[in-house]
Design a protein around this ligand. Structure first.
Ligand code: OKP
Ligand code: ZN
Length: 347
């Protein structure tokens, strides 16, 4: 399996995220991707390629123009507010909730930070745009490899993407790499694509992007949003809307869920994906279902991920893997490569 690696990922390096009234060190750190790369190399897993610059077009297929304009210029606007800002990351502190206007684009930078985000845990840094753009290029390159006939490809990038919507960032995510990959597969000719999100957290961004579409089936297994981030989306009664009705599947699971119960949900999601008629699969590959994850609540073990990969391979679909969460930094490489190795062994 070819890995398309974002050599620029470390340009996004947040310092602190807001948690319970304090700024705490970011969980989403560059070392995460370094460990995965190291493990791929240690196990001689396959070729590691750089992405081809995808240009803005495939990103614009998913994200709004005004959001992309904001992201591309955010850092320079932030520093223009105060030269001392160059030493600190930008975090939002005000948001438009229900009944506020979202059609007006305020001139004030902080107001636009809030308009285009939904939490205070996602610092925007000097290199965020460059790193995220290169990540989208990885997703497109991986989708192109699979669209051209490869059995699978792996987009190894950070920051992650599945919480980012058409016009918002949050949950450590800025550009929705999995959605961009799915759309690229559609544009390369797949009539129907499935996105399967196995990160611990519900992929609210991906769901919202495809919610009213019948050509992309979205399935997610995740911590029950009644207690787990992102709280406001990911419930079982969200089944799609309009033409997309029936093309969205949420399988929320209680905190503490073990591999046996998690795997039952995986099998159910895979059966629904088979029924959807999908011709290609994008896997949002979060490894924060691991028992040692510091911010999550499932109890999967490292060896379980081999079985996860084998189960995914049994779906028999051309598959793009996109790296998402996983914050047990020293184990995330082994866990990610176990999924890929289990997949490759059973392909
Ligand atoms: C991103 B991805 C921890 C608070 C958690 C955000 C979690 C984002 C997860 N102190 N806040 O889905 O892995
Ligand atoms: Zn997650």
């Amino acid at each position: 399996m070819i890995t398309v690696y974002n050599h620029q990922h470390a340009l996004h390096q947040g310092q602190f995220e807001m948690f319970r009234g304090q700024l705490v060190p970011c969980f989403e750190v560059p070392a995460r991707a370094d460990y995965v790369l190291q493990e791929l190399q240690a196990r001689s897993f396959g070729e590691i390629q750089a992405p081809q610059d995808c240009g803005l077009e495939p990103i614009q297929r998913i994200h709004s123009g005004r959001y992309l304009d904001f992201l591309a210029s955010a850092w320079s606007e932030w520093v223009a507010l105060d030269p001392a800002n160059a030493a600190r990351d930008a975090l939002p502190s005000v948001w438009p909730v229900r009944s506020f206007r979202s059609d007006v684009l305020p001139a004030n930078f902080s107001a636009r930070m809030g308009l285009f985000s939904y939490d205070a845990g996602t610092p925007l840094t000097s290199g965020t745009w460059t790193a995220a753009y290169a990540g989208a290029s990885c997703a497109v390159t991986a989708a192109q490899l699979v669209g051209a006939g490869a059995r699978s490809a792996f987009a190894l990038t950070r920051p992650p993407g599945h919480h980012a919507g058409a016009d918002f960032f949050g949950g450590y995510c800025f550009l929705n790499n999995a959605a961009i990959a799915a759309q690229s597969l559609r544009d390369a000719g797949a009539q129907k694509v499935a996105v399967l999100d196995i990160d611990y957290h519900h992929g609210n961004g991906t769901q919202s992007i495809f919610y009213e579409r019948a050509d992309v089936f979205f399935a997610s297994l995740h911590g029950d949003p009644h207690t787990e981030y992102p709280f406001y989306l990911g419930y079982a009664d969200e089944t799609g809307a309009g033409p997309g009705l029936g093309h969205n599947l949420n399988l929320p699971l209680p905190r503490g869920t073990d591999f046996a119960r998690w795997r039952d949900a995986l099998q159910l999601a895979l059966r629904r994906i088979a029924q959807s008629g999908a011709q290609a699969l994008v896997v949002s590959l979060g490894l924060d279902t691991f028992e040692g994850d510091p911010i999550s609540g499932f109890t999967l073990r490292s060896e379980d991920y081999l079985r996860v990969g084998a189960d995914l391979a049994a779906a028999g679909l051309p598959t793009v893997f996109v790296f998402e969460g996983g914050y047990a930094v020293e184990e995330v490489g082994v866990n990610a490569v176990n999924v890929l190795a289990g997949f490759a062994q059973h392909s």
